[in-house]
Design a protein. Structure first.
Length: 113
């Protein structure tokens, strides 16, 4: 079983930045591909970004965040990050970390002036 704990959410003005973190339990973290999803009120949960296992050389971003968000991982810390720059109000959502059918509890990101 894998436990995922997100942190780093908060309230930020449009154009601002946040870095989300997701810490994982277990000894096989480096073997897991990881993903970030988000869910806005009244909308379905959707994929934001993914990063491959190992060194994380392969990444994927949904179109709406390309060029603004960066996913990365630190296997020694068993943590995956989501650096979010130039945030927009439409980025407001609960952000979830995901791997192998395991979900974190989510962290709220609110972009508002």
């Amino acid at each position: 079983q894998v436990q995922l704990v997100e942190s780093g959410g908060g309230l930020v003005q449009p154009g601002g930045s946040l870095r989300l973190s997701c810490g994982a339990s277990g000894s096989r973290f480096s073997m897991y591909a990881m993903g970030w999803y988000r869910q806005a009120p009244g909308r379905q949960r959707g994929l934001v970004a993914t990063i491959s296992s190992g060194s994380g050389g392969n990444t994927y971003y949904t179109d709406s965040v390309k060029g603004r968000f960066t996913i990365s991982r630190d296997n020694a810390k068993k943590t995956v990050y989501l650096q979010m720059n130039n945030l927009k109000p439409e980025d407001t959502a609960v952000y979830y970390c995901y791997t192998r059918m395991y979900w974190g509890q989510g962290t709220q990101v609110t972009v508002s002036s």
